[in-house]
Structures are given as structure tokens and as C-alpha cells.
Write a protein that binds this ligand. Structure first.
Ligand SMILES: Cc1cc2nc3c(=O)[nH]c(=O)nc-3n(C[C@H](O)[C@H](O)[C@H](O)COP(=O)(O)O)c2cc1C
Length: 184
């Protein structure tokens, strides 16, 4: 069975991210042919990158890196849940992406974003990074507005139509995750 990780994109106290990630997980869990895990980068307590050797060399020294690498390695595909921080994605997500390399390769990713402009600028930047990590990023994207899908920018109340968008993104992600498993 394919295993897809729903990966949080922020770590700050009071973040909206976890509510969005949990909502994605609830919708995803209605599918019984694929397993989904919420992977919270906060739980891995990754400091600012402290590995001496670039991740692409595959020589991880620290226990936190090995723990994170083994979780990413377990996954066949990823849903990145991300807001926009200064027209990009968060430094904590970039740090988590930079920590490992081979564990991302030849897998697929989809995106759920939120922000005043739907977080689309963050995802455009993530798509560039996916190419370097050899991750195939699907077209369908879930775009949530801080103005209409949250109350007071902090209580997540998504419009019902977004459930269809989650499923459209998951359809593409599951197809590509399965196809790339054969390549690996
Ligand atoms: C450092 C920082 C920069 C932000 N910059 C943007 C931005 O450029 N565009 C935007 O739409 N929202 C921006 N926001 C608002 C965030 O999208 C909003 O606070 C969101 O809830 C952040 O995700 P989080 O709650 O999971 O941390 C910014 C928030 C922070 C903390």
C-alpha cells in the first residue's frame, strides 16, 4: 500500500498549519487504498542545519537527521501544507527539506496552501525546489484564503468546495506516487 505523508509547513506557536493539515488528513483518510500519516516537522526538532556534509552525499551524522531521514524514506509521496511567509514558504520547511536528499528522490508531491493571496507564491517557489530534490509536483493545488477560509485569520473554517480540490490533488498525487514507486 502506498504511504503518503501530510507534512506541516510551519512550527510557530499558535500556527494555523496544524488545523489545515488535520483537515487534509481527515479528507484523505476517507480513501482506504492508500495510507496517510500526518508528519509534523515540529516533532523532529531539527535545529538550523547542522550537518557538516551536504545531504546529497548521504552521510548523515546526527541522530535528529537520521530520524528525519528514516521518516521521509518511509513515504511514497508528500502533501506539503504551507502558508506564505514574505512571499515565500517558511524557513522551518526549507530547513526540513535541506536536511536530507535521497529520501525525497523519485517521489511525488502535492500542495495545500493558505495566505492572503492563497499562498500561491510560496508554492511556486516550492515547485522550483522540488525539481532539485527530484520530486514530481502535481498540478492540482488546494488554495485557501486567509480572508474567506479562516475567521479572524486564525480559526480555520474552509469553504466546502475545497474538499473536491483536496481529492483532485490526491488523485494526481496517488497516481504519480504509484508510478514512481516502480522507478525506485
Ligand atoms: C513572518 C510572516 C510573514 C508573512 N508574510 C505573508 C505574506 O507574504 N503573504 C501572506 O499572504 N501572508 C503572510 N503572512 C501571514 C500568514 O500567511 C499567516 O499568518 C498564516 O497563518 C501563517 O501560517 P502559520 O499560522 O501556520 O504560521 C506572514 C506571516 C508571518 C508570520
Amino acid at each position: 500500500m502506498l504511504k503518503i505523508g501530510i507534512i506541516t509547513g510551519t512550527t510557530r506557536p499558535g500556527r494555523n498549519n496544524i488545523a489545515v493539515a488535520n483537515w487534509v488528513k481527515e479528507i484523505a483518510d476517507q480513501r482506504k487504498d492508500v495510507s496517510f500519516e500526518l508528519v509534523d516537522i515540529l516533532d523532529y526538532e531539527l535545529p538550523l542545519l547542522d550537518e557538516a556534509i551536504p545531504a546529497s552525499m548521504g552521510q548523515y551524522m546526527n541522530d535528529h537527521t537520521k530520524k528525519w531521514a528514516s521518516k521521509v524514506a518511509e513515504l511514497d509521496g508528500f502533501v506539503f501544507v504551507t502558508p506564505e511567509y514574505n512571499h515565500s514558504f517558511s524557513p522551518s520547511l526549507k530547513n526540513a527539506l535541506d536536511y536530507v536528499y535521497a529520501e525525497w528522490n523519485n517521489k511525488a508531491a502535492g500542495f495545500v496552501s493558505y495566505g492572503s493571496a492563497g499562498g500561491v507564491r510560496a508554492v511556486e517557489q516550492l515547485r522550483q525546489i522540488m525539481a532539485e530534490l527530484q520530486v514530481a509536483d502535481v498540478r492540482a493545488q488546494v488554495i485557501l484564503s486567509l480572508f474567506t477560509d479562516f475567521e479572524n485569520f486564525s480559526v480555520f473554517k474552509p469553504d466546502a468546495r475545497h474538499e473536491n480540490n483536496v481529492n483532485a490533488m490526491l488523485d494526481q498525487l496517488i497516481a504519480w506516487s504509484g508510478a514512481l514507486k516502480t522507478l525506485r
